[in-house]
Design a protein around this ligand. Structure first.
Ligand code: URA
Length: 228
């Protein structure tokens, strides 16, 4: 995010006032005066106006379209994390509400609100998650009933909760889950003797990817936040 936009978003200043503050040398980024209004901020940058740090006001709720190869962690020394892509969002409590594997693409929710992320991820709230899945072997029609009845995964005490499978073509389908066990989609197809070759999360609850391209993110609307 640009510095002038950041100031206008995170303080009471209008964009014009923000520009003025930058021009007159009253804004510092990481302890250095910055007079470039278009300076791009990175996650973790500390912005001060008149010597006082601008702290993100209120909670943050974001949806990102994760690319393959990016990990769902808040920090990593070697690998790119989802948070590395959130230019301008510096809230210290930002975390991921429901992780995806490194090779999975699609919808990731990111927030500073711990109670909200608990509602999104808790099995008690049965929030629906829809995945586009491709497999190496054909998807058999029998999977539909097997997934609806629940699947016994290795090292799990209980069957998976009823899941909806819509077969789209020989090797592709849409799977709807209401829980999020570790590697659940891959393990469910594995239990059928099949293997997932492509996995993309399309939606969580009422939040969908829409037009977001890989690597892009946006703020959730109030309705989307309230939907969990
Ligand atoms: N299920 C998986 O196996 N992987 C994911 O990333 C998400 C759900």
């Amino acid at each position: 995010m640009r510095l002038d936009k950041y100031l206008a978003t995170h303080s009471d200043a209008t964009r014009t006032l923000a520009k003025m503050a930058i021009k007159t040398g009253r804004v510092e980024v990481n302890g250095e005066v910055v007079k470039d209004q278009g300076r791009k901020l990175k996650s973790g940058d500390v912005v001060e106006v008149n010597g006082r740090e601008l702290v993100e006001s209120g909670e943050v709720y974001l949806v990102m379209h994760k690319q393959a190869g990016v990990i769902c962690a808040t920090q990593d020394e070697e690998q790119d994390t989802v948070l590395d892509f959130l230019d301008g969002y510096t809230h210290k409590e930002l975390h991921i509400a429901g992780r995806l594997d490194k090779d999975t693409t699609g919808l990731v929710l990111i927030t500073s609100d711990g109670k909200w992320s608990h509602r999104v991820t808790s099995p008690n709230y049965s929030c629906e998650k829809v995945y586009y899945v491709e497999t190496v072997l054909p998807m058999l029609a029998s999977y539909v009933d097997d997934f609806a009845a629940g699947v016994q995964l290795r090292d799990e005490e209980k069957l998976t909760k009823p899941a909806g499978l819509e077969i789209l073509s020989e090797h592709a389908g849409m799977l709807t889950l209401t829980e999020g066990k570790y590697h659940q989609v891959k393990r469910m197809f594995g239990a059928m003797g099949n293997r997932v070759t492509k996995l993309k999360r399309e939606s969580v609850g009422r939040v969908s990817l829409g037009d977001l391209k890989e690597g892009e993110f946006r703020e959730l609307t109030k309705e989307e936040v309230g939907g969990f």
